[in-house]
Design a protein around this ligand. Structure first.
Ligand code: IPM
Ligand code: MG
Length: 365
């Protein structure tokens, strides 16, 4: 089979980690008889420097023509001026919105090999295997009005949290469907004691639960959820929540896995049906551009490599191949190789390229 992949390395460590993920995909192609064609484009600060825009219509058009998008990371101190007209993040947000990628899946799986590299107690994180379904194209990120202006009494700014029934239903459906294929438990996270959008969200979740009698639905307030995630994370199976809450909770949840450098994500434009699917999606690590680590062959490429594996699964319907990548990652960790972020005494520290190479070599073994 032949697949076209748009590769947007972005800024900071983005180019380094995407380079390893494309190598992994190439190897998967060779071993399993597929051809992956990579089409490169600029996004974020790199695009601002070249075109004055964080995402050009050409790059967006190129992504639309491909079967999936692989993204590194965007942002950095160079473009951080709060008065700047364009920000690298605008490119990422435009991609999400314009490509209709409303469903962001962020699995958090604790590798037993890394049980001691977290800041939490091993007995708390052992066996954690949860997935956060984050709504990605609504809420505070996109609600209007959104502005910053001067009033007679000083400066003022506003962001708007808005959700329609359609937006809530389709993301909850992703949560229910995923829960059905996993351990049948869905935690819907909101702030219904304060927010109207959350009260609508909770109402709709309860209504939809009648169509999913096999799923145990629980509602949880976001503040309580933040606490539970570090107190008893093994209790969670599927969590579903709105954009901002999902952003915050997944950074927190990444610490269960030991490092942000371990967590992949998939942003999908449709509700995946079954174990796999062929839906259009964008795949990226949840970590940022880590400008301090850029260009030093330090960054952990595993999050991006696991994102590529999610691409194989959700956009290309290639489960065996996806599993082969996951297995290769496990093997390399088992063999004690670590990047700096997950390094422990007695392990072997390697760089971005070496980690990518080690994983590549173990694919299909
Ligand atoms: C994420 C990131 C982005 C977000 C930033 C870079 C705009 O933190 O993907 O979690 O807030 O969604
Ligand atoms: Mg984030």
């Amino acid at each position: 089979m032949q697949f076209d992949i748009a590769v947007l390395p972005g800024d900071g460590v983005g180019p380094e980690v995407t380079a390893e993920a494309t190598k992994v995909l190439e190897t998967v192609g060779q071993k399993y008889g597929h051809s992956f064609h990579f089409h490169y484009g600029l996004v974020g600060g790199a695009a601002i420097d070249k075109y004055g825009l964080a995402l050009t219509t050409e790059t967006l058009g190129m992504c639309r023509k491909c079967d999936a998008v692989l993204l590194g990371a965007v942002g950095g101190p160079k473009w951080d001026d709060p008065r700047a007209k364009v920000r690298p993040e605008d490119g990422l947000l435009a991609l999400r919105k314009k490509l209709g990628l409303f469903a962001n899946l962020r699995p958090v799986k604790v590798f037993p090999q890394l049980i001691n590299s977290t800041t939490l107690k091993p007995e708390v994180v052992r066996g954690v295997d949860l997935i956060v379904v984050r709504e990605l194209t609504g809420g505070l990120y996109f609600g209007k009005p959104k502005k910053n202006w001067q009033t007679a009494k000083g400066r003022r700014a506003v962001d708007t949290m808005a959700y329609s029934e359609m937006e809530i239903k389709r993301i909850l459906k992703v949560g229910f469907e995923l829960a059905r294929r996993r351990h049948k438990k869905l935690t819907s996270v909101d702030k219904a004691n304060v927010l109207e959008t959350s009260r609508l969200w909770r109402q709709i979740a309860t209504e939809m639960s009648h169509d999913y009698p096999d799923i145990a639905l629980e509602h949880m307030l976001v503040d309580a959820c933040a606490m539970r995630l570090v107190q008893r994370p093994v209790d969670f199976d599927v969590l579903v929540t709105e954009n901002t809450f999902g952003d915050i909770l997944t950074d927190e949840a990444s610490m269960l896995a030991g490092s942000m450098g371990m967590l992949p994500s998939a942003s999908l434009s449709e509700i995946p049906q079954g174990e796999t699917s062929k839906v259009f999606g964008m795949y990226e690590p949840i970590h940022g551009s880590a400008p301090k680590r850029a260009g030093q062959n330090l960054a952990n490429p595993i999050a991006t490599i696991l994102s590529a594996s999610m691409m194989l699964r959700y956009s290309f319907d290639l489960v065996t191949e996806a599993e082969a990548v996951e297995k290769a990652v496990t093997t390399v960790l088992e063999e004690s190789y670590r990047t700096y972020d997950i390094m422990e005494e007695g392990k072997i520290q390697v760089g971005t390229r070496e980690m990518g190479e080690l994983i590549t070599k173990r694919i299909g073994k």
